[in-house]
Structures are given as C-alpha cells and as structure tokens.
Design a protein around this ligand. Structure first.
Ligand code: ZN
Length: 464
C-alpha cells in the first residue's frame, strides 16, 4: 500500500521500495523558486519523492538506481486535453483542409464505427506516443461510445500502460434532428449519459493524493448537448467532488451558433449553466471576449490550450497571456489526434511558445513559461497539487531527455532547459511514473511497439 499522507510516510517500514535517480546534468524542479540543481537527483520511496538535491547529498543506496548522467531531468508533462480514439483518424483526406464544423461532420460517421477493441488499441497507442514525448499524466475526453464501447475499455487499456489518467466521460445528446451538429446515430440518451457517468465515478474515481485514476464529467460542447445536460452534468460533478470539462469558444462558428441558438456567447452560456470555477476546465477558449476572461479568471476557471489544433483547424490564436494575467489556470493539450495530428506534448510546448509570438511579439511566451504550462499549469488545470513539480511529498513522476541528441547540439550547452523547446523536440530517454520506470533508454518498458502500431493500423483501416 502507498502512503496517503505525510504521517504514513514517516512511519514507512524499512522494506519500502526505493528508487534513486542521480547524476543528472541538470535537475529542474519547477518549484516556486524555479530551483535548478546541477548534478542533481531524486530519492523516491514507494512512488513518492522523499528528497531532491545534489547527487552527493542523497542516500547512496536504493532498490533501483538510475544513472541520469547526460540528461536534463524535469517533472513529467501533463496533458489536459485529448481524444485518444482520434489517433485512428489522423490525416484522413476528406478532413485535412476543413474548419472545425466541417471536420466534425466528416469524421462523426467514421467515429460511429468505433468498437470497444478500437477504443482499447487507440488508447494504448496514444498513451505510448504521449509517454515517449514526456507526458506522465493525461486526461482523455472521449464523447462517442458506439457499438458497446465504454469508458471501462479505455480505463483498462490505460492501466496497463502505467500512466496517471484522468478519464473524462464525454457525451453528446443533441443530434441533427434537434438542431445539433452530430448525426442522431452517435448521440446518447441524456438519462443514460448521467447514469453511466455516475457509475464510472462510483466504480473508478480515486480522490486520494497520488491517485492514478480519476473520473471527469465532460459533455462535449454547447453545440452537441442540451443546456439541461450541461446543468445536470455540473451538478453531478459537484455532488461527487470531481472535475468537469468541456470544449468552449473554440471557433467563430461556435460563437455564431450560440448567439443564434441561445442568444448568448459561449462563455455567457457557460456562466449561466454554472460551468465556471476552480473545478471546471475548458478546452480552447480561443474566442472568449476580454471581460469574459476576467470573470473566468476571477473564479479560477481552468483552460486547456491546444495551439497545434487551433492552427490545424484555423480556429485562431488563443490569448494565453490575457488568461494568465486574469488568474485562469492554464495547461497544455495536444488535442486530437485528428486535429494535431500528433500526441507529442513537448512539441506542443514549442507550438505554444511560437504561436503566442506570432500574435504578440517575441517576448510573449518564453521557453521556461511554456514548460511551466506543460507541468505546473497542467497539474493545476486537472485540480492536482501532487504532480507538476519535483519536491519532497510530490508524486514521483519525472522525465529525462538526453542533452547529446543531434538536434540539441550547439543549444543545450548554452541553456539545456530552453533547448528542449527551442530545438526540434525529442523523445524522452527516461520516464518514471509513480516511482516506476516506464521509459528506459528511450524505449517503453514492456511494450511491443511495432506490434501495437500494426494492430492500430488494422483498426484504422477498418474504421475509415
Ligand atoms: Zn478536443
């Protein structure tokens, strides 16, 4: 059993499993003081960090010792928005050059053929890609559950990978016949949605510190569910104390839809329905108006910034600095994967930095700020204070990139942390999640990647 609070850590029996990561060229903690430790290391007891410091000040022995020489070590990256199943429909020709609504209309009928096995395989593949890119905690927002697929399929597959997982039980209830965007064949009955969401929370949600699995209540968007379902969903989330998530203000089309259907902007609608606050995060929010952002920030509402998706679908440039200044919690999401079409979270940090500069100049977002969004920011968005930072008492989720990679040459020698973002993003050499090594020497532990890719491609062909 793992310690749940500091008292139990102090009373830890001597037989607890210990891991020592040492000799990192640079250890970046992402703590409030932005502590960076040359020749640094981390000492881990039962999946929890017990000490962070110079290697020669850490215990010399452990059950497992990892030599991080030549690496920069930082907290695992946190992905706050994704649709794992969309890895099956990347680069679909008919959806390559469309804006959001046309892209969705093209893909809904394809996604309607998803099977439980396709959900499991795409979940394993998306997580493999995320983990190799540096992600140690991910949320997924699946909102179509056709042909008997259930959130249980996804949870089972995610558990095998060892990732820290926030499973958002997505939903759509307003089909074309009721003025919505999705075809009627892929929407669910609202009572059934709420029943199944409640079941998922009661079956799986772990509210405790260091939880590996949490459930999120996540109707898809204002144009695919009813205001009633939005209200019932947020009430359900609050009754159980779980987080709530949806897409909001992604495109100008959505604003036009909300104005004509509800007589309100997307944010005004969200406010009326109770979808603001420290237990809510929205994906995108590209088109929120400045006074709306002030109100969202005052309530500590969270936002998943998905720059590649916003570029891919020509949705716009999100006002990240305005969000941060207003007090919003801001993290990064790769989104997609049919609107990215990748799941590389370090690359997403780079995109975030570059896209802000297009709109607001070269000082708009620094490399360090982009990495803070990907770590501390993401943790805050998911409502967690036990990940995103390397410090005693935090979960042992950390990653290491080799600094002698070809693409870092001539860069990492000047600034090893900034090089991760400025240079061509690399995969990790090391990933430790919950104190377990999940990537060693650049390879996923216990995963037959070629076999997984082949199986995934079979499902992708069958679907399209
Ligand atoms: Zn999305």
């Amino acid at each position: 059993a793992r310690p749940r609070h500091p008292e139990s850590q102090r009373r830890m029996p001597v037989s607890s499993r210990t891991v020592l990561v040492r000799n990192a060229s640079l250890l970046v903690t992402m703590d409030d003081a932005d502590t960076r430790i040359p020749d640094g290391g981390v000492y881990i007891v039962e999946g929890v960090i017990q000490a962070v410091g110079p290697s020669d000040q850490l215990p010399a022995e452990a059950d497992e010792i990892i030599d991080a020489r030549g690496m920069v070590i930082l907290p695992g990256l946190v992905n706050t928005h994704h649709h794992f199943t969309q890895t099956l429909t990347r680069a679909v020709p008919a959806a390559q050059n469309a804006t959001l609504f046309d892209w969705l209309r093209t893909l809904y009928p394809i996604w309607a053929r998803l099977t439980p096995e396709a959900v499991r395989v795409s979940t394993r593949l998306a997580i493999a890609e995320l983990m190799l890119s540096g992600c140690t905690t991910a949320s997924d927002h699946t909102y179509l559950w056709p042909n008997g697929a259930r959130i249980d399929d996804q949870i089972e597959a995610a558990r095998e990978t060892g990732i820290r997982f926030h499973a958002a039980r997505g939903s759509m209830s307003v089909g074309e016949s009721r003025g919505g965007l999705p075809p009627d064949s892929v929407v669910e009955d609202e009572d059934a949605i709420l029943r199944d969401t409640r079941r998922a929370i009661e079956t799986y949600h772990d509210p405790s510190r260091y939880a590996m699995l949490r459930i999120v209540v996540a109707p898809c968007s204002p144009f695919s569910v009813s205001p009633d379902l939005m209200r019932e969903s947020i009430a359900l989330a609050r009754a159980y104390g779980v987080q709530a998530h949806t897409h909001l203000a992604e495109t100008e089309d959505e604003e036009a839809y909300c104005r004509s259907t509800f007589g309100k902007t997307p944010v005004e609608l969200a406010e009326e329905l109770g979808w603001v606050g420290s237990d809510v995060w929205h994906a995108h929010l590209v088109h929120a108006h400045p006074p709306e952002i002030q109100r969202l920030g005052a309530q500590r509402t969270g936002i998943a910034h998905c720059p590649t998706s916003n570029m891919r679908l020509a949705s716009g440039i999100a006002p990240v600095r305005v969000w941060l200044d207003a007090g919003c919690r801001v993290g990064l999401g790769v989104d997609g994967s049919a609107s990215n079409d990748g799941s590389h979270l370090l690359a997403e940090a780079r995109q975030a930095m570059l896209l802000q500069r297009v709109a607001n100049g070269p000082a708009a977002l620094t490399a360090t700020e982009a990495l803070r969004l990907a770590t501390r920011g993401g943790a805050a968005v998911l409502g967690r204070d036990d990940i995103g930072c390397l410090a005693p008492g935090m979960a042992a989720d950390l990653i290491g990139y080799r600094l002698d990679a070809l693409t870092f040459a001539g860069g990492a020698v000047h600034d090893p942390l900034a090089a991760l973002v400025f240079c061509q993003p690399q995969n990790v050499t090391l990933s430790v999640i919950n104190g377990r090594v999940r990537v060693r020497d650049g390879e996923l532990v216990g995963v037959d990647l070629p076999a997984l890719i082949a199986e995934h491609n079979r499902h992708a062909r069958a679907l399209v």
